[in-house]
Design a protein around this ligand. Structure first.
Ligand code: NAD
Ligand code: ZN
Length: 351
């Protein structure tokens, strides 16, 4: 089969590799029909994620058809259309039993699963992929949900909702600021309304991303580069600051930005993946009763979100801005890697 193989920092190739095989009775092989690229894949290519070894097939998002199921798989069978979750979970360890699939303890030759695909085992940017513990790592796709919609449920939609909106404890009437209007920030904006947010303020440096945010549930957009950006956000509240500030970039400046706009008693939900130390002004924050949350998505809300997508409550197809065939994978990376120029949100790579 062909797959997108990581060759070390800066190196990637769409190339021939051996077909994956069932290794354990709980594995399935999925024929990938639609996949996409995540900001984390770009981090890997920069060499920021040393746990990814050269030779690894990248990708942790995908939709396809099961072509072979191990003897221990009971919830899916050959022929089923499925979403491949970015989290691989055994379903029975102590973390899985509380729904924290991100911290699954199962040992697959590598200690701990969770984010395994395209990280410590071969991933979804391939014609075929082996998915371990298929019963807990795949979701059957209901009739009427397109591949392009379904693939948004592998990672970005649950991430924005679980780590942004839910951990941020968004409640009815809240003013929520989302710093960073990339796919993950937009997913948080789109799902903040599910918990009753009254106002959702997108904060980004990029004018195109700010404009797009207004189509994804943001009620207002503020230029993070404006000298009075903080006052602008505050003016959209009762003057005291936002109830919830969601960090969806992953750099020190945006975490600090969240600390500046959150009200006393509010919550900062950090979603961004940080590669550098971030200063925490605890000496200023403690007296304001600020809660800070962090997390890696568990995808425990994927079935609920899939229901909302199937019933057209959430229109996630609009995340897809560019489309490529599998043999155009290198171009897809190039377009996604230059998102500021190409205005890409999610690039769809399909058969
Ligand atoms: P992205 O790079 O597409 O979007 C980031 C956005 O931030 C862009 O629109 C950019 O213009 C904006 N931005 C950059 N600097 C800014 C600044 N100083 N002020 C305001 N806005 C600024 O990223 P994405 O794919 O949407 O992902 C967002 C973050 O979420 C990344 O760090 C990613 O690694 C992380 N992530 C976390 C999890 C998790 O489980 N916690 C899962 C998936 C992704
Ligand atoms: Zn587990």
């Amino acid at each position: 089969m062909r797959a997108l193989v990581y060759g070390g920092p800066g190196l990637r190739e769409w190339t021939e590799v051996p077909d994956p095989q069932i290794l354990h009775p709980t594995d399935v092989i999925v024929r990938v029909e639609t996949t996409t690229i995540c900001g984390s894949d770009l981090h890997i290519l920069k060499g920021d994620v040393p746990s990814v070894e050269p030779g690894r097939v990248l990708g942790h998002e995908g939709v396809g058809t099961v072509i072979e199921a191990g003897s221990g798989v009971s919830s899916v069978a050959a022929g089923d259309r499925v979403i491949i979750s970015c989290m691989t979970a055994c379903g029975s360890c102590s973390y899985c039993r509380t729904g924290m699939y991100a911290h699954c303890l199962a040992d697959e030759g590598v200690p701990g699963l969770g984010w395994a695909l395209g990280h410590v085992i071969d991933g979804t940017q391939a014609e075929l992929v082996r998915v371990p513990f298929a019963d807990f790592s795949l979701h059957k796709i209901p009739e009427g949900v397109s591949d392009e919609a379904a693939v948004m449920l592998s990672d970005i939609l649950p991430t924005g909702f679980e780590i942004g909106v839910r951990y941020g404890r968004v409640k009815p009437g809240d003013v929520v600021a989302v710093v960073g209007a990339g796919p993950v920030g937009l997913a948080a904006m789109m799902t903040a309304g599910l918990q009753g947010a009254a106002r959702v303020v997108a904060v980004d440096l990029d004018a195109n991303r700010r404009a797009q945010a207004l189509g994804f549930g943001a009620t207002d957009a503020v230029d993070a580069g404006a000298s009075d950006w903080e006052a602008q956000v505050r003016s959209m509240t009762d003057g005291l600051g936002v109830d919830v500030a969601i960090e969806a970039v992953g750099i020190p400046a945006t975490f600090t930005a969240c600390t500046k706009i959150v009200r006393a008693g509010g919550t900062i939900a950090n979603v961004g993946v940080h590669g550098a130390p971030v200063e925490l002004a605890l000496q200023d924050l403690w007296i304001h009763d600020i809660a800070i949350t962090t997390g890696l998505v568990s995808t425990s809300t994927t079935p609920m979100l899939l229901n909302l997508v199937a019933r057209r409550v959430l229109d996630v197809e609009k995340f897809a801005t560019h489309r490529f065939a599998f043999d155009e994978f290198m171009d897809a990376y190039d377009t996604f890697g230059r998102a500021a120029d190409t205005q890409a949100l999610k690039v769809i790579v399909a058969r």
